[in-house]
Ligand binder design. Structure first.
Ligand code: KG4
Ligand code: ZN
Length: 334
């Protein structure tokens, strides 16, 4: 079957046409219009600007996805749309556009949770991956450890209590003078630095829980940068990026170790924008190798927000009978 998916939860307008059936799923098109250049001017995503940019882009992006896939709306079996969580104004654009498209053309409409979509990006490249498994969703808005019991049922077993992991990368990057979003550049700088140069506090919350707190770590790095600045000392950007990244990865490995022990799960998945981080990918791969766990990660091209991931989760929601009518609304949390 062919699914047309629409994603507009934050600062990327995306539409994809994907094919599902007996074999591995196929991405026929996955068009992404990024608003980063606009939000860069403000050092972060401005929700009102994001909503307006989605309005401008969504129709063109959707027809481009259909054209690239070589299909028309009459070939589409279901429309999947991100309905939660995200910026409410941004989500509303995608939800209302998808509703109109689905009902005007008599196509079933399937609402999808954005976080489950991130996880589902893995199904394109790892068709052998099947629930149950443990997923770490690490993005600009979310940091969660999730027990995925089947394709449409999951439970959050650990979460950040304050900043998301990507938010910490971006805020540290901003104080270091990097353009928004700083995550990818921090990754590059970290490869050039000494990860033992500065000792920062762990982001793993103390105790028998699976939670993180990135706010304390972020503040410690920012204070360190301000101290150097006040003393007129040079900022060793590479060493700070490397030390910060090493602290992030060791905090993640610590809670993942506990999560594996608590859940007994042996298949580990990462997803979300920060899953593109080369140091996190390497650290989790070696953790899983040491423990003889199976490790799955999406290609970098499917880590950030995109509509193909929404199609993948939409397929399983469709099979489970999930449908929406014209009363479908967007939700900021979920
Ligand atoms: O999943 P995503 O595209 O959007 C949300 O759902 O939030 O994630 C975006 C986040 C940003 O914070 C960005 O800086 C971060 O992913 N990111 C990275 C890397 N590439 C993107 N963080 C660390 N290292 C990277 N290579
Ligand atoms: Zn996302």
């Amino acid at each position: 079957m062919l699914i047309l998916a629409i994603e507009s939860s934050c600062d990327e307008t995306s539409a994809a046409v994907c094919e599902f059936g007996d074999g591995a799923p196929i991405i026929r098109s996955n068009i992404i219009a990024s608003q980063i250049e606009t939000h860069k001017l403000y050092g972060g995503v401005v929700p009102e600007i994001a909503s307006r940019a989605h309005c401008d882009a969504i129709s063109g992006i959707t027809y481009e996805a259909l054209d690239t896939a070589g299909v028309t709306l009459t070939d589409i079996d279901a429309v999947a749309v991100t309905a939660l969580p995200g910026l409410i104004g941004a989500l509303l654009v995608g939800v209302n556009f998808a509703k109109s498209l689905a009902f005007a053309n008599n196509i079933p409409l399937v609402p999808v949770n954005h976080i489950r979509g991130h996880i589902a990006a893995n199904y394109y490249v790892h068709p052998e991956l099947k629930p149950p498994f443990l997923a770490l969703v690490a993005s600009g808005g979310h940091t969660s450890l999730i027990r995925v019991s089947d394709y449409t049922t999951c439970e959050t077993v650990g979460r950040t209590r304050d900043d998301a992991i990507g938010e910490a990368f971006d805020k540290v990057g901003r104080v270091m003078g990097l353009p928004y979003p700083g995550g990818a550049e921090m990754d590059r700088l970290a490869s050039l630095g000494n990860s033992g140069a500065v000792k920062f506090p762990s982001a793993a919350v103390v105790g028998d829980n699976l939670d993180f707190s990135f706010s304390g770590l972020k503040t410690a790095v920012i204070n360190h940068l301000h101290n150097l600045e006040q003393k007129g000392l040079p900022i060793p950007g590479e060493d700070i990026a490397a030390s910060f990244t090493a602290t992030v990865t060791s905090s993640v490995v610590k809670k993942l170790t506990m999560a594996v022990e608590q859940t007994g799960l042996t298949d580990i998945v990462i997803a979300g924008g920060v899953a593109a981080n080369s140091h996190l990918r390497a650290a989790l791969q070696s953790f899983c190798d040491r423990r003889r766990l199976r490790f799955y990660m999406p290609p970098r091209s499917l880590c950030g927000d995109n509509a193909a991931m929404i199609a993948a989760q939409g397929y399983y929601e469709y099979l489970a009978g999930v449908r929406a009518d014209t009363s479908l609304n967007a939700k900021a949390t979920g």
